[in-house]
Design a protein around this ligand. Structure first.
Ligand SMILES: Cc1cc2nc3c(=O)[nH]c(=O)nc-3n(C[C@H](O)[C@H](O)[C@H](O)COP(=O)(O)OP(=O)(O)OC[C@H]3O[C@@H](n4cnc5c(N)ncnc54)[C@H](O)[C@@H]3O)c2cc1C
Length: 282
């Protein structure tokens, strides 16, 4: 693996698509699905946005050609949202058209609150034209309960996560017990009403809660999946898959790993200890 420093390798699968596809094949052999993510956000030229779009189209073609079990995740600021929304939407449409052609899925990752409304709006329009889009909502945002209604009216396909960006009390819950409690409230509704809800969390309390809800509401397997990040809780991925649930790993790759890596460090003090331990190893 070139380009990824040893302290970030835990969270980033490599710099190239070939490396990411190889990891995907290995995970598939353990009944674990993947969502592939090309790293990079807030790009500053439309040329870069176009190059990233082409890479996503190629990714979808490779997934289909190799019969790999994977969908893709993309950030709209990688497709040019900061520069020109129309171009961003055109780029997204190219990706969605390719995903539709292959019967695949495209998750629109959710970024910070300056992007929430625009991402939701773009998703709503895309869901009218394409089968493949899904959106990510963040349980820490005050607005998410209302946004869920919009998603249910669009195509009802989404990932629910806690939220990884630093947000003010005006926009987001600040205390973890409150975020967890809101997550549980929202996911209980989604497990009953969404067409597909992706439960993105490493939190044992949330995972157990969802397993109980799935059982008591007899949620069919095609309407939910558990999702975790590459580098976090690998044994638990296998346990969940072996219990018969759909399990997906979010697998990032690419040269632009710094922003993603910083968010992982900010999330949990254990992640910083992991890096420190490796810095001082023999
Ligand atoms: C698939 C996926 C996609 C995501 N997409 C987005 C997105 O589009 N936008 C966004 O803002 N955020 C996204 N996130 C990040 C998310 O918002 C959270 O910041 C991140 O997942 C941390 O919250 P958590 O619930 O996973 O666990 P944490 O809050 O980090 O941990 C809670 C508890 O989980 C358990 N736990 C966690 N890790 C471990 C471990 N390694 N070993 C043992 N126990 C552990 C512990 O009990 C811990 O106390 C995504 C996360 C995932 C998993």
């Amino acid at each position: 693996m070139s380009g990824i420093p040893f302290y970030a390798k835990r969270w980033v699968s490599g710099t190239t698509m070939a490396e990411a596809l190889e990891q995907t094949t290995q995970l598939n052999s353990k009944k674990i699905s993947v969502t592939l993510d090309l790293l990079g956000e807030n790009i500053t030229s439309l040329e870069q946005a176009r190059t990233c779009t082409e890479e996503y189209v190629q990714m979808l073609n490779e997934i289909a050609a190799r019969r790999i079990d994977s969908h893709v995740s993309v950030k709209l600021t990688m497709l040019g949202l900061d520069i020109n929304e129309d171009v961003c939407v055109d780029n997204l449409k190219l990706i969605l058209a390719q995903a539709d052609a292959h019967g695949n899925r495209v998750a629109l990752d959710m970024e910070g609150t300056p992007y929430t409304e625009r991402t939701l709006r773009i998703y709503e329009a895309a869901a009218q034209q394409f089968k493949s889009p899904e959106i990510v909502l963040q349980a820490y945002l005050h607005r998410t309960e209302k946004d869920i209604e919009r998603v249910l009216r669009a195509n009802g396909r989404l990932r629910l996560c806690k939220g990884a960006y630093k947000e003010s009390p005006e926009h987001a819950l600040q205390k973890m017990p409150e975020i967890v409690s809101n997550y549980k409230k929202l996911v209980a509704k989604l497990l009953r009403e969404a067409n597909r809800v992706c439960i993105a969390s490493h939190d044992d309390g949330i995972i157990e809660f969802c397993k109980n809800e799935i059982k008591s509401a007899a949620v069919p397997k095609e309407r939910y999946e558990f999702q975790m990040l590459y580098g976090m809780r690998a044994k638990t991925w296998e346990t969940i898959a072996n219990e018969g649930h759909n399990m997906t790993v979010y697998l990032p790759y690419g040269e632009h790993w710094q922003a993603y890596y910083s968010r992982r460090l900010a999330e949990r003090k254990e992640n910083i200890f992991f890096v420190l331990r490796n810095l001082f190893r023999d």
